[in-house]
Write a protein that binds this ligand. Sequence first.
Ligand code: NAG
Ligand code: NAG
Length: 685
Amino acid sequence: MLGFLPLLIYVLVAAANPIKRARQMLAENKGLTQKDYLVTHLPGLAENVPESEIPLMFAGQLPLYHENNTHYFFWKFVDRQKVERAQNRTIFWLNGGPGCLSMDGALMEAGPFRVNADREVTYNNGSWHRQGDIVFVDQPAGTGFSYSMDFDRELADVLWHFLTFLQRYFELFPEDVNNEILLAGESYAGQYIPYIADAVLARNRRLDSEKTGDSELSAADVKYNLRGLLIGNGYISPNEQGLSYVPFAVKAGLIDTNHPNWNDLLHAHEKCQKAVDRTSANNANHDANAFSVVDRTCDDVLNRLLEYTADALAPEYEQCTNMYDYTLKDSYPKCGMNWPPDLAYVSPFLAKEAVMSDLNLVFHKHWTECSGAVGSHLRAKNSAPAVDLLPDLLQHVEILLFHGNRDIICNYIGAELLIKKLEWGGQKGFSENALTYDWRHNGSVEGYVRSERNLTYVNVFDASHMVPFDKPEVSRAIVDLLYRDYDVRAEDGHKPELLTFPIDYVKPAADLGVTPTTADDATAQNTNSTSEVPTDAATNLTVLAELAAQSPVGTKPQNQPQSQISGIVRVIQLAVIVVLIWGVCALYSTYKSKPASIIKTKSTGRKKNVLWADELESAVKEPAKALSLIGKAFSKLTKPAETLGNYQRVDNEDIEMNEGIQVGDDFIIASDDEDVDVAVSREGR
Ligand SMILES: *[C@@H]1O[C@H](CO)[C@@H](O)[C@H](O)[C@H]1NC(C)=O
Ligand SMILES: *[C@@H]1O[C@H](CO)[C@@H](O)[C@H](O)[C@H]1NC(C)=O
């Protein structure tokens, strides 16, 4: 029977060639497939969320670097009933801190779920995942469920690692690599996002210049279709935004000139002004030492403001103004850090072992909303503030800054100051021609909008630092503002208005053509270029059937290259069977004609005259290896889905290992000591 092996091996080697590419890509992902990241269960999901609204979900800790055991946690939501305009879009969402996890965004803001008092998910009908696939990423390493042996110190580290994350992500989801990408986020992500966008554009330019004309592009060679940036209450120009605290506090009625500490506050403001003058002068001189995202001088203004306006005699939770929403109160000195109230549910929810298992965590990390260790390492001492990157970025992508008007820490007055001073597109600030539009969503005025030369500024009424927390459905329409998916109403004698609509709203036929939109062109480009990218055939073998079975009508159809490749695989399988039958016949006839020779080969181990075996002698010498190949071949033929990913869930254990992966090969389990919970100095989240 052993003489049979070489034939099989030969056939397998021959068969392997067409799917070599797929194998390679699989290897790059260390054997992990989409199936390993599928999320099918969460507490409350089946009970509280209508079945048709349950998104297709993937989550887990994606390996970035083997050497220092870096893994980034992501959670991806895909709408099963995508509206037309949400096709071919991927939104990456980042929260701030630094060091605050993006699960804030997923479970309290732009994601499809909220968490209730029973620690179960409920449905958020204003979720952004209906505007495009949305992916919440815990980063930089150490944040949330992401981990590493190292911490980032400069924004250059952050962007570099995020680019690696994108590469790994698109290896896992190659069908998305041509999607339009939106980078969205909040607060300190106002630093991350411009840096990452700048790196993505630089990467695109490099790929352009390296273009070899080679037709075979892997996901790693594809330019990213960066469409726009959405920054909510961003910490973009920290020092200058520091100058906004006093004007904002006065306007909001938090303090006035009669206050006993008014002069002290003014003194702090003056020191902030001097720090700003100093850094802007140094920046203008390109003095590298002066680059600093955070100069603590201006933080002092906010700290004093909160201190001076605190009321020690009030009940505990009403002593201090909430720095994220001036209309609310909190205990002193927390001053907003106990807010939002959902935090009380989200924290224990994410600390549940069962939830961590549902989210496919390999490493069950102790949960903290904001990692002090991340914040204390990322001082960004040699990083220019992100505002410096905006003029260049605006030549290539649309940037939308939105500000909830109740936020103090990254307030709208600071944003308006920043824009006034910003020089881009050949001019300083918005020109006289840039009209201020009232923004009317679903009939009611929700804010105002100014837009010019690729920069859009949105002021959202009655909203805090976390706009999607207060106004989920309204915040979702901000994506429409970026895409200019709105109607314009400018009648004589009225303030001009921009009108946006609920996600499912279908405009009456008469209205069609009123709305200028650029999305169509971009989508057309997408469709054309999709076929350039090879897809991960092996992944699709395991996932396709399962996803197809799960996905109701309307889910994004899988791309054509995938079905082509799985077609090839099927042909190969058929060929293997045919050759096997032929091999049995050949074996039989050889045995019939020269029985002695075969027996002799087997017993002596010497090469004999079995023709088809000659060139595969080495494999024959290692029967164990050959046997395992045979085993694989048979299981591939019979049940392909189970040979490629055998993820086993082990509940009640800190560490889950994929059975197929060796310790030291892929997952070195991080030590837990990175999670030092020192007091968080929070720039915002
Ligand atoms: C969404 O949910 C909110 C809060 O439960 C509700 O007030 C609103 O009417 C809902 N909107 C839609 C479109 O169902
Ligand atoms: C705005 O961005 C587009 C690319 O999306 C670019 O072609 C155009 O020149 C930019 N406009 C300005 C004023 O920089």
